[in-house]
Design a protein around this ligand. Sequence first.
Ligand code: ATR
Length: 281
Amino acid sequence: MTRRAAIIGHPVAHSRSPLIHGYWLAQHGIDGEYGRCDVAPDAIDGFLADFAASGLIGANVTVPHKEAAFRAAAELDSVAAALGAVNTLWLENGRLHGANTDVPGFLANLDAAEPDWARALGEAVVLGAGGASRAVVYGLLERGIDRVVVANRTLARAQALRDQFGPRVLPVEWRDLAGRLNGCRLLVNTTSLGMKGQPPLDIDLSALSPDAVVTDIVYVPLETPLLAVAKARGLKTVDGLGMLLHQAVPGFERWFGVRPEVTAELRALAIADLAAKGQLR
Ligand code: ATR
């Protein structure tokens, strides 16, 4: 029987997950489907409570349903339990399991693009303190980075990350950011600044270490103004598309039984889709 998975969100029309999983299904000749499932906020709890009735064997979950998926899962992996957010679901012996693959996706993207990024890295600077930041900060701490500076417009949200993850998180005021960039070797943007239609993230990168890695989890446009400035300064840059591709790997393996690879061909396919929609820059 054809195994069916889907991306659940609201809206989901823009999602590139079907493109990614469709590529892997075809590549491996698997009898499977990966579709889109738009579930309204007032219907999501009911949908997840009887997930088996959907006919899906599993799913990815995106905005705004990651917390609902966390509540609905009977079993959680350690990352999902720590973050209170689930982006990957599957049924196992009739029970709904939830995982958070945003964290391994973020780390795998850096590992693939800049294998030495974490070597002797004492401190990282993360911009933003929303849901995406929580995943990034958790991942960096898990990887053993001594200190993660979190700069956010609303300081209280950065302080909440310290309350949750402990004293290795250092919240700073947005206006004090410049002083924290001195010698910085890893800068991560998790804010929506720089996203198409949003103002650019306008910060001075001149104090960063010459061997710094700058990464953005925004991937529309693929080259954000932040990455363009970093590249022009000769810094290493890692775009956010890779995180999207890598976070998809564990779900596909779970549902379809093959661990897929993030190939250059898949990346080219995703970039062609961005280009077709005028989202490259
Ligand atoms: P996500 O779950 O994708 O991380 P979010 O929770 O809405 O989304 O967080 C968006 C992040 O972008 C926040 O850190 C937000 O700062 P605030 O916590 O102060 O809202 C940041 N952000 C959005 N617009 C911004 C702006 N114009 N200037 C600075 N930061 C901004």
